[in-house]
Design a protein around this ligand. Structure first.
Ligand SMILES: [Fe+2]
Length: 136
């Protein structure tokens, strides 16, 4: 099975953001591995819960950073996070009644994370850099 790993292609250059993104990749990868190895449902549930709660933490962190930086598209970006969380909740519900599979969830996570980082997160970086003076 192909690993899902954070690479320099996804680097925003902001250390904390990058390490949080890398951890989201790692949690997704753990879920893929557990599913492939036929892990017990209880440990799969745990892996899903860990991912959901870490996504919440990460989104709050990102939103506070964007807010401090006065990022002009904050409202839109927050909306994307909310939409993603709604989808994630639907997947979790679907898993519990077997209407979706774990691999559908992990594909969603891979697509969402990669596209969101490249298309959306990269956009707020200049605003944050202006504020912190952090160099790329
Ligand atoms: Fe984001």
């Amino acid at each position: 099975m192909k690993q899902f790993e954070w690479t320099a292609n996804y680097a925003t250059g902001m250390r904390e953001i990058d390490s949080q993104h890398a951890y989201l990749f790692a949690l997704t990868n753990r879920l893929m591995r557990s599913a492939a190895q036929g892990a017990e449902p209880v440990s799969l549930d745990q892996a899903v819960n860990d991912l959901v709660s870490y996504a919440d933490r990460h989104f709050s962190y990102e939103e506070s950073v964007m807010e401090q930086a006065g990022y002009e598209h904050l409202a839109e970006h927050k909306l994307q996070h909310r939409r993603m969380r709604k989808q994630l909740d639907e997947f979790v519900r679907g898993l519990s009644n077997n209407s979706v599979t774990l691999s559908e969830l992990t594909s969603f996570l891979q697509d969402w994370l990669t596209l969101h980082i490249l298309r959306e997160d990269m956009q707020y970086i200049p605003a944050v850099r202006r504020l912190t003076g952090e160099k790329p």
